[in-house]
Write a protein that binds this ligand. Structure first.
Ligand code: F6R
Length: 359
């Protein structure tokens, strides 16, 4: 039930910090040790490459989790679109392990790949919000998101829950392999800090509503730009914006803009930069200056430690691996408020269904 909330999407955005805390309690024991099913752990320990297969927002969550898994578990990770992978399968490694990310657990595009990898005899994990779902039943293992039902068509809490669940997985595998980065990573503490940071961002609703009004009330198109993790989050928040507000939005690798897409920047085009990483921050800022000199209406979402005077949205500092959990929130809220302003139904965008059961 949405209770006092005008829309499920807003309720679900608000539920994200609590979901982080639930994931901590579901996946740690009394001593604070991270626990996943033993057979799942053993299977991952013998695999030489992880293939994440997913659609839409779940695919974007895969991208945001790649560095976490590679960094903590030291296993190479590839991310694939389900609708492409099944019919255009790349050459696989010797010991592949498949992870299906699917909030609903019913997505036909993802299921057709699972059916194929099952036939080939490869181990698989479904990370899902729905315990009894098809992909959960048909995969070797399941990890649940414990996010509670997600009703709004635009996925929010499943995105952050998927990243958190894969962080749990990466920590468990890395620890079992004695990887120093995993041993040093205090999951309970760091996810707890991220949950608090999410609360801080969510409390900025009124400010973010004002930004949506200033930048997106009438625009035809908009761009989000960033590098590495900030690029992956850009793809997700651009998807949020386009699917519910119908603004043509694109998430772009900041450096790639000048190789073609910059031609679309006109007087007043909103270009929103996400900046959370020290090494790439000056470059993304440079790209923002480039578009600004061509008339773009620029907005900066930056981590506190990298923020500069004039930046509009400041993100609290969290562990480097967990930045997407926090940097995604302003974009979720921007999409929500832009849609309200433009007079559309936030929870039920046109042409879309909550679970897509045809290929
Ligand atoms: C976007 C959205 C979709 C889903 C996609 C996959 O907000 O909700 O892009 O993420 O259809 O759905 P699941 O995760 O259920 O497989």
């Amino acid at each position: 039930e949405k209770g006092t909330y005008p829309y499920y999407m807003l309720k679900e955005i608000d539920e994200q910090p609590a979901t982080m805390r639930r994931i901590i309690s579901e996946y740690t024991d009394e001593t604070g040790t991270v626990v996943i099913e033993e057979p799942l752990l053993q299977s991952l320990l013998t695999s030489d490459r992880i293939y994440i297969v997913a659609c839409g927002t779940s695919n974007n969550a895969g991208w945001a989790s790649k560095q976490i898994i590679e960094g903590l578990a030291n296993i190479p990770v590839e991310i694939h679109l389900s609708s492409e992978f099944g019919y255009n399968m790349p050459l696989l490694s010797e010991k592949p392990f498949f992870i299906y990310l699917t909030q609903s657990g019913e997505t036909a595009d993802s299921r057709q790949v699972l059916v194929k990898t099952n036939k080939l005899g490869y181990p698989s994990l479904t990370v899902t919000n729905v315990a009894s779902s098809t992909l959960s039943r048909e995969a070797s293992y399941t990890m649940l998101l414990h996010a509670g039902p997600e009703i709004a068509v635009a996925s929010t809490k499943a995105y952050t829950a998927q990243i958190a669940a894969l962080t749990v997985l990466a920590k468990a595998v890395g620890e079992a392999k004695n990887i120093p980065a995993a041993e040093e990573f205090d999951l309970t503490k760091e996810l707890g800090i991220a949950a608090n940071a999410m609360d801080i961002m969510i409390a900025e609703k009124t400010m973010i509503e004002g930004i949506a009004e200033e930048y997106l009330a009438t625009t035809r198109n908009a761009f989000y730009i960033g590098r590495s993790e900030d690029y992956y989050v850009s793809m997700e928040v651009a998807l949020k914006l386009k699917e519910i507000s119908y603004i043509q939005a694109e998430g772009f690798a900041a450096g790639e803009l000048k190789h073609g897409t910059i031609a679309l920047v006109e007087e007043g085009t909103p270009v929103i930069g996400i900046i959370t990483e020290a090494v790439t921050a000056p470059h993304t800022r440079g790209n923002l200056r480039e578009v600004e000199s061509r008339g773009a209406h620029t907005l900066v979402i930056a981590s506190e430690e990298l923020s500069k005077k004039g930046d509009q949205i400041i993100l609290p500092i969290v562990h480097q691996f967990l930045r997407p959990l926090v940097s995604v929130i302003p974009g979720q809220l921007i999409a929500y408020y832009a849609t309200l302003l433009r007079g559309y139904d936030v929870d039920k965008p046109r042409n879309l269904a909550k679970s897509v059961t045809v290929e």
